[in-house]
Ligand binder design. Sequence first.
Ligand code: SDX
Length: 443
Amino acid sequence: MTTQATSSAGQGESTGAETLTVTDNRTGQVYELPIADGTIRATDLRQIRVDDDDFGLMTYDPAFMNTASCRSAVTFLDGERGVLEYRGYPIEQLAEKSTFLEVAYLLVYGDLPTQAQLDAWVGQIADHSGVDENFRRLLEGFRYDAHPMGMLQSAVGALSTYYPEAKDVGDPDVRMEQVIRLIGTVPTLGAWAFRHNQGWPLVYPDASLDYPSNVINMFFNKGGAFEIDPRLARAMDVLLILHADHEQNCSTSAVRSVGSSQADPYSAVAAGVSALYGPLHGGANEAVLRMLKRIKDPKDIPAFMEGVKSGQERLMGFGHRVYKNYDPRARIIKKACDDVFAVTGVNPLLSIAVELEKIALEDEYFVKRKLYPNVDFYSGLIYEALNIPVEMFTVMFAIGRTPGWVAQWLEMIQDKEQKISRPRQVYVGARQRDYTEIGARSS
Ligand code: SDX
């Protein structure tokens, strides 16, 4: 039984001492651990031992619920207050005033660009958005109905075979060249995966178009006159901005972990694409649409919600590891729905989503667990209104997240404190077993 340390300072009053005093009740030893940035170093716990053979204390934190893996200056989240800032700029201002490529520059370089810097950046991305013709054959190797995220993760990994110089992660110019290539080519590979699914001929990037219009063009242009409504291009640009980064989420942690072995950035980002594919992460936007279509009619919502509360399924698009308040991105996306539906007509599933949200925000099950709509709850309604098929929703997320992945990768590679990522474990398995010949084994 651990004795609750009594503090003369009381809860919340500061004594000015930035240390933690720990008493190991197994030995009576007292330890003074420095506190920095609201953390203690896990390796400082190793001194707490019962004898010289003892390895020393570790922290046990499955899924890293309370473990900082790095110091980062890219994205700030305040989950309790629903605050999201890219390099200190509030997401609400960036979504309203910026463009996706300007935000990509901000994430990568840390500051908003001058006009000259932005023009050069946009030109570099456009110049590096094509891929080798052999990617046609790579895609032809997939079934017509292969999931586009499976194709994207393969294609991004394959990029590493075309740019072997990318392995030189210590060269700043080589690093930046790959960063630009990834931001330029991921939409091309995503669009080509979509066209492969549709059986349509591939459309090449068009440097005369802005980034979102180029994405829409590569997706949907089937030759001849092809008009892109600027309101829809703007809506896609805002969606890409909202997905651009989100500190140490599952896929970014995968990128950092793979990149920590000094694998090339294409291999690291391919790992991010793979992690994003999961329905608990980026795959949630696809799962939300399937959920809304399955409910079909608002009158079936109460029965569905009972299934959620009894643990038979999850309200996809709700809940978040960090946000215990409304995800600020969901609020912006919900507003962007109005702009898109003014052009495309209202998505009939919107009424089900709005009713689900209304019920959930008043229901004790969700209120007690602080479950609010997250970025994935409304985004799929816009993608569907843009005629993007549900299998492609997470590809859209990957296109948006690429600047964040590469910005975090750059920060990790240049962080003097970062080494190869290699967590410890608590071993709970058998020990010291002698090999038995196969004839002597019983099932
Ligand atoms: C993204 O990390 C990021 O930043 C991710 C992201 C980004 O930009 O990179 O924001 C993008 O991935 C958003 C999340 C998209 N996923 C979904 O919408 C899937 C549905 N949501 C959940 O599965 C869940 O909320 C997570 C995965 C998002 C968070 O899971 P946690 O933090 O591990 O929480 P948990 O699973 O331990 O849940 C805590 C409780 C549990 O109930 P009890 O066991 O306490 O009774 O809340 C319940 C859960 O059952 N719960 C839900 C729920 N989410 C959590 N119950 C019903 N529906 C849900 N959606």
